[in-house]
Design a protein around this ligand. Sequence first.
Ligand code: ACO
Length: 333
Amino acid sequence: MTRYSRIAGTGSYLPPRRVTNADLAAELAQRGLETSDDWIVERTGIRARHFVGEGVAASDLGVQAARHALEAAGAQPGDIDLIIVATSTPDMVFPSTAAILQHKLGIALGAEGALAGCPAFDVQAVCSGFVYALTVADSMIKTGAANKALVIGTEVFSRILDFNDRTTCVLFGDGAGAVVLEASDAPGILATDLHADGKHVGILCVPGTVSGGQVLGQPLLRMDGQAVFKLAVGVLEDAARATLAKAGRTEADIDWLIPHQANIRIMQSTAKRLKLSMDKVVVTVDQHGNTSAASIPLALDAAVREGKVRRGDTVMLEGVGGGFTWGAVLLDF
Ligand code: ACO
């Protein structure tokens, strides 16, 4: 019998501090920078985002999202035999945020004292991170390397924003989303499609690095917004079409499109190219901003909890981001 993977439950978590465009405009004004709710809404669709408080790390948000996903799946931490975390804002240089999160979840290590915990690792593909991580988990479940995986996207992007650059700091937020992906006799995940093109590294990056006990280079986000916009629209259409072709489906089969939540205009262009009405597109960017690897699982969980995405619906998840990276996952929920 063919082995597939399916989403057994979803969860998400947003830090409590909600910052509206007006709040942010007031903060930036104190730095001598001018922005407005009108400008941000018109160019991006963003109305508010959430920011973490002092000392809160990606694993802290991720563990909350994971607990909600476990609860929705009717699973216990001890049932999990694989953890993959997608993040560009890890707790530390190493070890992985996934390993830290495993400990915070309190996953038992088998016999007393035995080092028998499940594999846990991070995936770094910036805003495409969640579709990358879901694809890896799907592959590991299909080969029998795992039975029940936690796949988490979690970000504290506020830590790498330059609040003296109004062209970028208004775009991003913090948050986490998670799914429990489990082995199944029926799909589940129908097809996946991943890509990267490293020649575009410079258009969206945090170029700093740690060396000899110091930060070398710029440790804050840099972006050429117009270059990102143009590339994003093209590759999102290509990835959706490639994934549909692999699954033997068409655009007409898509019940819900859940694109990376970067900018409403990118989502509208993608929907238009795929001849999908905006009624079929899940939009949370207005309330979350761009939460990078967390944006897709956050949007999926919101849509599930609002009763939009239901069991049996065909859902297209699409990521695009720094690298340049992009990809899609088509699934029957
Ligand atoms: N408030 C007010 N004015 C601003 C702001 C701001 N926050 N930021 C820029 N401006 C000004 C600029 O200085 C410029 O002024 P000028 O004409 O006097 O020079 C004017 O607004 C227009 O600036 P543009 O950069 O041309 O604005 P654009 O329409 O391209 O919108 C944006 C910028 C929103 C970044 C757009 O390029 C975009 O959405 N790009 C996609 C990038 C994106 O979504 N990235 C997310 C990360 S990537 C990812 O997740 C895939």
